[in-house]
Write a protein that binds this ligand. Structure first.
Ligand code: SF4
Length: 422
């Protein structure tokens, strides 16, 4: 297949409709969300004309992953309240599959593929705090971001696994703008913590919007023990946010590095958090070393797993999640070449890890500009659907919750979307 032919793949993969026929347990909206996440979605001019920056959540710069537009909404709603965390997708020479199209038909925003309308969609609404400023004069949109149902703070936008070139995770485009910057990272002084406190206080004035507070950052390796400085930063940021609440514990989704038992105890005892997520990313020891060389070098696959199990001792079964980048096990040249083999291996490892009380939060691997893997080919929709169904079954069989990573509080994981039909 020519690298410029974006439609040829359709001859070799089951279509969306064929996948629904073959896997009747997958809700059509979840399958569509997976496919849009996998292939991306390009906005037509008519769709862009529907964007109202006074009403919709747009980001004026390449926020988090870089969408290549000056201004774009960063996500869509579907009619059942599901979210698709996708900005406008640019099509590059190396883009393997043509993306879905976001168009306007009968004055409605709709998701289209091959001239067929699949679902109506809506842009996320702008958070009320977005146009406000802290008493320090900082725009609150620079302090926090939001999904429709959660507020997000990223205390550090530099991931220090990239300090040694190419040791970051190969699929990752997160904070890629800050990756090569010759600095220590963001300045998080008293002024910034005050900005956090004021922004969270302002955000929660919007009644009914937020079901959880989310925090994630690039990994910080420094400290007496690896990640000590990262732990301190999360604790201090949470203490600033906690001033907005009148209770000791509230729903916090923390996605962080793999902390030691001592660090996990500090997080649990000193802050509001009740759940913890740390990401093995790819459920295979050898592939982990290739895909996530920094994580493998500084912690290691077995130790990362052990730290997940240690976290279960502190947070309880089902309150610890392992993030994975579903599909990246098929990256080449070292990944699986057969989808059946890949699925069997991933689900078997997932079963072993879940038996220790760990749930999974699966993201759909897509090839983003800024990632080392940006020219790779991701697996078929059929593969992703089987993976989501398989991981949901692993969670059910092991009697595990999925709380802060579920559709209501996160909304970015096909396997946890399926928890709503348990
Ligand atoms: S740990 Fe890996 S996935 Fe997370 S920000 Fe760093 S490079 Fe990206």
């Amino acid at each position: 297949m020519s690298i410029n032919d974006k439609t040829k793949w359709r001859e070799n993969e089951l279509s969306y409709e064929q996948v629904l026929d073959k896997y009747p347990d997958i809700p059509p909206i979840v399958a569509l969300k997976i496919d849009v996440s996998r292939r991306g979605i390009s906005y037509t001019d008519k769709a862009f004309a529907k964007v109202d920056p006074n009403v919709h959540h747009v980001e004026p710069y390449d926020y988090m992953i870089g969408h290549g537009q000056n201004v774009s909404p960063i996500g869509l709603f579907l009619r059942d309240g599901s979210v698709i965390c996708q900005a406008h997708s640019k099509v590059y020479d190396w883009t393997y599959r043509d993306p879905y199209i976001l168009d306007v038909v009968d004055d409605k925003l709709v998701i289209v593929d091959n001239d067929k309308v699949y679902e109506e969609a809506w842009f996320w609404e702008k958070p009320d705090f977005y146009d406000k400023f802290t008493s320090n004069g900082t725009p609150m949109r620079m302090v926090a971001s939001a999904r429709p149902q959660r507020i997000t703070i990223a205390p550090a936008t530099k991931c220090h696994f990239w300090d040694n070139p190419k040791e970051g995770c190969k699929y990752c485009a997160l904070f890629s703008g800050h990756r090569a910057a010759n600095d220590e990272g963001d300045i998080r002084d008293d002024k910034w913590f005050q900005d956090v406190e004021e922004t969270v206080k302002e955000a929660i004035k919007q009644k009914g919007r937020y079901a959880s507070y989310h925090m994630t950052a690039g990994s910080t390796l420094s400290g007496a023990e690896i990640f000590d400085d990262e732990v301190d930063l999360y604790i201090n940021t949470l203490h600033a946010a906690e001033k907005a609440f009148k209770v000791k514990k509230f729903p916090v989704k923390l996605v962080a590095s793999a902390f030691s038992k001592k660090q996990l105890r500090r997080m649990y005892e000193e802050t509001a958090i009740t759940t913890y997520t740390t990401d093995l990313e790819v459920l295979n020891k050898d592939l982990f070393g290739w895909v996530c060389p920094g994580k493998a070098k500084h912690v290691g696959y077995e130790e990362w797993k052990q730290r997940l199990y240690d976290a279960v001792e502190i947070f309880g079964r089902g309150n610890v999640d392992c993030g994975i980048v579903g599909g990246v096990e098929m990256a080449q040249p070292n990944g699986f070449t057969d989808e059946k083999e890949a699925l069997k291996a991933v689900l078997s490892e997932a079963e072993e890890i879940a038996s220790h009380g760990v749930s999974f939060a699966e993201c759909v691997w897509n090839t983003l500009p800024g990632a080392i893997f940006m020219r790779q080919k991701t697996p078929s929709l059929e593969y992703y659907v089987q993976l989501a169904l398989g991981l949901a079954e692993v969670r059910r069989k092991n009697g595990l919750n999925i709380y802060t990573d579920d559709y209501r509080r996160c909304g970015n994981h096909p396997n946890t979307d399926l928890a709503r039909i348990d």
